[in-house]
Each structure stands twice: as structure tokens, then as C-alpha cells.
Design a protein around this ligand. Structure first.
Ligand SMILES: Nc1ncnc2c1ncn2[C@@H]1O[C@H](COP(=O)(O)OP(=O)(O)OP(=O)(O)O)[C@@H](O)[C@H]1O
Ligand SMILES: [Mg+2]
Length: 255
């Protein structure tokens, strides 16, 4: 198993044209292989921060490092999952999942084999030949997740990926994602509005203030590593969500 890569942000600032300051002096050290959740009020700059980590946007000031720890590292090893699945409607499931490998020039036999494995891992083995229009919203997000995993990323960035799904489907996907993270050891940064989702998934949660985003709380999630669905009903889980709620309320007041 290859391990995840560490990520380091120092003094990161992003001010958009027109003077909208989205992020101001964010410092964040994410150790290799950590599962980090990012919480914050709507419009505070979470997606901007994630895009900057991914290299899809640039900081105006500060330093962003996605470290290879001396190992061979290339850009496709960072994968990004958006809130919408963004599948190509004219390609079936396997065609969508294999796309990143096709763009990397991987030969047909290998890319189909790797795509099949990723599809199996998200529980869609029976739906490989189906087209996006023939899938439910939860299945489409699973395809999107498989497409992100197919390149065996060292860093997986997810921007509210399950927010549009019903609660049961969302909980099921959260459980699957945690299992995938445990099996693969990649670094995961997961943006969410949901305190309970962050608590269930992550080892650590960072809470951002209202815009401009600054870190107002940085909490270790003090829960067992074995997070079965029963955990959600425990007192320890409720206590942990209380801590994050308090931090979010504090962050919303900070401007
Ligand atoms: N390309 C852009 N040009 C100008 N302003 C932008 C741009 N992208 C984002 N913004 C502004 O920056 C701020 C932060 O946006 P961002 O999308 O990062 O917030 P967010 O925390 O992800 O919000 P949400 O929770 O609603 O997804 C917002 O005020 C937004 O309007
Ligand atoms: Mg966003």
C-alpha cells in the first residue's frame, strides 16, 4: 500500500477580482494519510481552499506544498470529487471511470482492469455497462468516487460530495469512503456542511470562520477508529458533534 502525501499551507490568502477576500492567512499542516474534514459557514471559502490545494486555483500570498516525501509524485495522483458527479452522459460507467487513465495514456487492457476494480470497490460491479441516466443520484456519486480512486491517488479532495443525497444513502457512502481510506492510506480532505458527517468520517476537523476564511478551531475527533453506523447513536458521538457545533457558531460570529 502506498501512503498518502502530506499537505502544508502557510499564510495562504486569496482575494478575488473586485476585492472579495475569500481566504486570509490560513496555516494548515495535514500529515500524510490523515482524514481531515473542513467545516465552515456557506460562502466562507471552503471550495476556494480545496481548489488551491488541488492546484485548480492559485493563492495570492502564502505557500502551498503537496509533498511527495521523496517518492515519485505526479499531478494525477491528486483526485478531486465535486458536489455534482459530472459524468459524461454518452459513456457508460466503466467508460467514465476509465477516463482519467485514458487521459494518462494507460493501455486499454490495464485501464479496463483498474476501472473494474475501482467500480467493485464502490459496490457497483453490477452496473458497469449502464449509462449515467440509468443510475440513481447515489450511484452516480459512487461512479464519481470510483473515477477519483482509479488513478490510486495519494491525495483525495472531496467538496461536499454527498450533500445532495438522502440521509441513508449519504451515511452508507460515508461508511464506504471510510473503509476505502482505511484500506488505501491516502490523505483525504473532505469539505462538508454537516457536523455529524465530519464527526463520523474524520480523524480531525478544522472549522473555518465566515469570510474571509480563517481557522477558528482545529479539533481531533476523539472517537474509536472502528466507526460502524451504531457509533452515531452513542454519547461520545453526540459530545463530539457538540464541540464542533460550538466552534462553528463561534466561527460564524467572527468576521
Ligand atoms: N471566481 C470567483 N470570483 C469572485 N469571487 C469568487 C470566486 N469564487 C468564489 N468567490 C467568492 O468567494 C467566496 C468564497 O467562495 P467559496 O465557493 O470558496 O465558498 P464555500 O465556503 O465553498 O461556500 P459553500 O459552502 O456555499 O459551497 C464567496 O463569497 C464567493 O462568492
Ligand atoms: Mg463550496
Amino acid at each position: 500500500m502506498q501512503s498518502g502525501v502530506p499537505v502544508s499551507l502557510a499564510g495562504v490568502r486569496r482575494c478575488f477580482e473586485g476585492g472579495v477576500m475569500a481566504i486570509d492567512r490560513v496555516d494548515l499542516e495535514i500529515p500524510a494519510g490523515q482524514f481531515l474534514a473542513i467545516l465552515g459557514p456557506s460562502g466562507c471559502g471552503k471550495s476556494t481552499l480545496l481548489r488551491i490545494i488541488a492546484g485548480l486555483d492559485r493563492a495570492d500570498a502564502g505557500r502551498v506544498t503537496v509533498d511527495a516525501s521523496g517518492k515519485e509524485y505526479d499531478r494525477p495522483r491528486v483526485a478531486y470529487v465535486f458536489q455534482d458527479a459530472h459524468l459524461l452522459p454518452w459513456r457508460n460507467v466503466i467508460g467514465n471511470v476509465a477516463l482519467p487513465l485514458e487521459l494518462m495514456g494507460v493501455d486499454r487492457h490495464r485501464r479496463l482492469e483498474q476501472a473494474r476494480r475501482a467500480i467493485e470497490q464502490v459496490g457497483l460491479a453490477d452496473a458497469q455497462e449502464r449509462y449515467p441516466a440509468q443510475l440513481s443520484g447515489g450511484m452516480r456519486m459512487r461512479v464519481s468516487l470510483a473515477r477519483a480512486l482509479v488513478t490510486d491517488p495519494r491525495l483525495l479532495l472531496l467538496d461536499e460530495p454527498f450533500a445532495a443525497l438522502d440521509e441513508i444513502t449519504r451515511q452508507h457512502l460515508d461508511e464506504q469512503l471510510r473503509e476505502l481510506w482505511k484500506a488505501r492510506g491516502m490523505t483525504v480532505v473532505f469539505v462538508t456542511h454537516s457536523i455529524s458527517e465530519a464527526t463520523f468520517l474524520a480523524q480531525r476537523a478544522v472549522v473555518l470562520s465566515a469570510r474571509p476564511a480563517r481557522v477558528v478551531a482545529d479539533c481531533e475527533i476523539a472517537l474509536t477508529d472502528d466507526r460502524s453506523s451504531e457509533l452515531r447513536a452513542t454519547a461520545g458521538f453526540a459530545r463530539q458533534t457538540g464541540v464542533l457545533l460550538e466552534a462553528l457558531q463561534r466561527g460564524a460570529r467572527t468576521t
